[in-house]
Design a protein around this ligand. Structure first.
Ligand SMILES: *C/C=C(C)/C=C/C=C(C)/C=C/C1=C(C)CCCC1(C)C
Length: 266
């Protein structure tokens, strides 16, 4: 995809603004989760740390994507449009980002449940390996131009994707049911958020195939991935923080160091 489609002023700036929004949202998310870590019991702090690291990684990548987008186009005052500058737009930053962040997202969710160590370990490894495999298998399809190759890798990548959903709606359900009633709705909300935001990616992958013109396809893809990334990392992170906080309260922990479960001595 070395040829850049010609973009109208609006199309070009829509993408640039969404990438800029991504930079700001990821940065804000990372800071928020880092500080929010102190507001949950020590048992859930690893989950909160990972929740902060995910947007921190994405912040870096969004900055690089934004720069790459800027250098890949030049403005033509005569036509009022943007055309390719000859510099390559490096979209691989997205896949590098996902390769790191997607396994961390499944891990932060598992750790927020405070399960027994052996169960948490096996569940997080299963989900993280499947998540990494999903991204690795998707990449050759993303960069391929031939429809057959695109569809082949899309299908291969869908296998670990569906496996993750399968685990989240079978084995994971069992662990949700063992949680205090006050925490269960938040965990289900996290699972739904993951389901909805993640489904966007394999669909967006097909945009260029389903006949959108190359300029529209490019704009939809960049804007769509940016919105989905913010929701799947920062939005999802807020729900994970909510789980960690509710779990801490249910465990009788409070941020001022006074365990609410311990009776006061006169
Ligand atoms: C923060 C980034 C996130 C949550 C990225 C998630 C990415 C996916 C769920 C990607 C899935 C794909 C398929 C299931 C098939 C086609 C190729 C992918 C990689 C787009």
């Amino acid at each position: 995809m070395l040829e850049r489609p010609e973009l109208s002023l609006f199309e070009y700036q829509f993408v640039a603004n969404m990438l800029s929004f991504g930079i700001a949202a990821m940065f804000a998310g990372a800071i928020f989760f880092l500080f929010a870590r102190n507001l949950v019991a020590p048992k859930y702090r690893l989950s909160m740390l990972i929740t902060a690291i995910v947007p921190a990684i994405a912040f870096y990548h969004y900055y690089r994507i934004y720069e790459s987008w800027n250098t890949a186009y030049t403005f033509n005052p005569a036509s009022g449009t943007y055309t390719g500058s000859g510099a390559v737009f490096n979209d691989a930053y997205r896949y590098m980002d996902w390769l790191l962040t997607v396994p961390l997202l499944t891990t932060e969710l598992v750790l927020s449940l405070g399960l027994a160590a052996a169960i948490a370990r096996s569940l997080s490894i299963k989900l993280a390996v499947a998540a990494a495999l999903m991204i690795v298998l998707g990449y050759p399809g993303e960069i391929a131009d031939a429809l057959g190759i695109k569809m082949l890798f899309w299908s291969l990548s869908m296998i670990p994707f569906l496996y993750i959903l399968y685990i989240l709606f079978t084995e994971f359900t069992k662990y949700i049911q063992e949680q205090p009633a006050s925490v269960q709705p938040a965990i289900k909300l996290a699972r739904t958020t993951l389901l909805i935001t993640w489904f966007f990616y394999p669909i967006a992958f097909l945009f260029p195939i389903i006949g959108l013109s190359s300029a529209q396809g490019e704009v939809f893809l960049q804007v769509g991935y940016s919105v989905a990334d913010v929701l799947a990392k920062v939005g999802f992170g807020v729900v994970v923080y909510y789980i960690c906080h509710s779990k801490s309260v249910a465990d009788g922990w409070s941020p001022d160091g006074l365990a609410t479960a311990v009776p006061k001595v006169a």
